[in-house]
Ligand binder design. Structure first.
Ligand code: NAD
Length: 491
């Protein structure tokens, strides 16, 4: 009989090293494709929290005093290490999230590294302004905020950590990062890489735990900003808590994004976009186009191709198998939530075109899989059309007129993303300009390069990640007035 294998235990990463907590409290991390506990993580207790803040303060002294070129050089070294360790890191992401290797291998680490590289390049180019006002003048300095907090979701754990660390560190801040308790390892590996690259101790600390640790961060008086990625409901709580100490916030929240397919669209391309925007990362992508509006003239053709390709081209199974393109959902609880939504869709009168059930693939029989699911005959007021499901569930809606579909697409309190497929260049821009969403695609879906700002309208978010403007969200402007004459005083 083989003895039971004790899962490894990871500690919090504070001031350049792993630090044991005092409470002894830990949580399990489960591989969603196998249902096995793969490791345990120590919760950031009071001792860790205290050490994290002291370390961050010390780190800020050193990091913010460096020139931007020095910081940039160190961050670029970290980028090199991230790329060199792509496969090791991608494997961690697959085991933690259940997503397919074929995605993680070319997306998760790469897009994280890209963003750090982008902001490392921008950091030395940040300039203030100077202006004469008579003989006097003023100038402005872009100064870092200080200690920032990052709180991450579980769908792109390492990428989210990089997307927050990149601009924060480039601008001279330090970051206390709390990954999702479902996927805590990637951020620890990033912390190791930063230290190896030469980032000073305390500049990137990782604290582990669930909501309580997040709440501690959002309430802490020494933290100047919170950048949050997660659900709308949690985002509201984070913002409310941050308001007590007037923290700056960036909110990257959920969506229920529309894809508009007009009669003149290239149908094959539009089907590709709809499938990517609903089944990539088994549907756990915030920008997903879960409301697909198809114009009546092209409806039958679209549905036929969508059904055929969904039934023939999707391979669910062990996510480490490079041929698998549909992984497991993050947890058993989430799998059930997605299945509950599917049952509700059926109950409310939508018709299943394909899918609709849990899957138990031979290569990963205990995983939390849900079949790629497409509903037709959907109505705008159905629950599955209104609420974010965060699984592989697509709702198809029919439309006739341009004005009608714009109105229906905008009829939601969410506004993260939107897409339009048409060959008519004027219509493409006219329609996209009217859609209330922060991230829009024309004849494309899902691409998110480091250069492009991303973030939501309405309840989908506040502020932006990536793109030049994000660096400003991690700095504050100091104006310095310089008097060149004697003071003209009545006293
Ligand atoms: P979640 O809101 O449940 O959790 C996100 C993080 O917040 C976790 O680290 C969690 O521990 C922490 N948290 C929970 N309660 C907290 C509290 N009261 N105070 C502080 N922190 C708290 O989200 P999730 O389930 O991990 O992620 C899925 C959601 O994230 C989806 O809604 C998805 O759309 C969204 N998302 C958005 C983007 C984007 O860029 N807009 C990207 C990825 C995911």
């Amino acid at each position: 009989m083989t003895p039971p294998v004790t899962p490894p235990i990871y500690q919090n990463f504070i001031h350049g090293r792993y630090l044991a907590n005092q409470s002894g409290e830990r949580f399990d991390v489960i591989n969603p494709a196998t249902d096995d506990v793969i490791y345990q993580v120590e919760v950031a207790d009071h001792a860790i929290q205290k050490a994290a803040i002291e370390s961050a303060k010390a780190g800020f002294e050193i990091w913010s005093a460096m020139t931007a070129i020095e910081r940039s050089r160190i961050l670029l070294k970290a980028v090199e290490l991230l790329r060199a360790r792509n496969d090791e890191l991608a494997r961690i992401e697959v085991l933690d999230t259940g997503k397919p290797w074929q995605e993680a291998e070319c997306v998760d680490v790469q897009t994280g590294a890209d963003v750090i590289e982008y902001f490392a390049g921008l950091a030395p180019a940040q300039v203030g302004q100077q202006q004469m006002v008579g003989d006097d003048f003023y100038y402005t300095r872009k100064e870092p905020l200080g200690i920032c907090a990052g709180i991450g979701a579980w769908n792109y754990p390492l990428q989210i950590a990089c997307w927050k660390a990149g601009p924060a560190l480039a601008a001279g801040n330090v970051l206390l990062f709390k990954p999702s308790e479902e996927t805590p390892l990637g951020a620890l590996k990033l912390a190791e890489i930063f230290i190896e690259a030469g980032v000073p101790e305390g500049v990137f600390n990782v604290v582990q735990g669930a909501a309580e640790v997040g709440q501690w961060l959002t309430a802490h008086p020494d933290i100047e900003k919170v950048s949050f990625t997660g659900e709308v409901g949690t985002g509201k709580k984070v913002m409310a808590s941050a308001a007590n100490t007037l923290k700056d916030v960036t909110m990257e929240l959920g969506g229920k994004s529309p894809l508009l397919v007009f009669d003149d669209a290239n149908v094959t391309e539009a089907v590709s976009a709809a499938m990517l925007g609903n089944f990539y990362t088994q549907g756990e992508v915030c920008t997903n186009c879960t409301r697909v509006f198809v114009q009546r003239g092209v409806y039958d053709k679209f549905i036929e191709e969508l059904k055929t390709r969904t039934e023939q081209n999707i391979v669910a199974g062990d996510p480490l198998d490079p041929n698998v393109n549909l992984g497991a959902l993050i947890s058993k609880v989430h799998q059930q939530l997605v299945l509950d939504y599917i049952n509700l869709g059926i109950k409310e009168g939508a018709k299943l075109l394909t899918g609709g059930e849990a899957l138990s693939p031979a290569s990963a029989p205990n995983g939390y899989f849900v079949a790629p699911t497409v509903f037709v005959d959907c109505q705008d007021d159905m629950t599955i059309v209104k609420e974010e499901i965060f699984g592989p569930v697509m709702s198809i809606l029919v439309f006739d007129e341009e004005a009608e579909v714009i109105k229906r697409a905008n009829n939601t309190h969410l506004g993260l993303a939107a897409g339009v497929f048409t060959q008519d260049i004027q219509r493409a821009h006219r329609v996209i300009h009217k859609l209330q969403a922060g991230i829009c695609w024309i004849n494309a879906y899902g691409n998110s390069p480091a250069e492009m700002p991303v973030g939501g309208y309405k309840h989908s978010g506040i502020g932006r990640e990536n793109g030049i403007e994000t660096l400003d969200h991690y700095t504050q402007t100091k104006s310095v007035y310089v008097g060149m004459n004697n003071i003209d005083s009545p006293f």
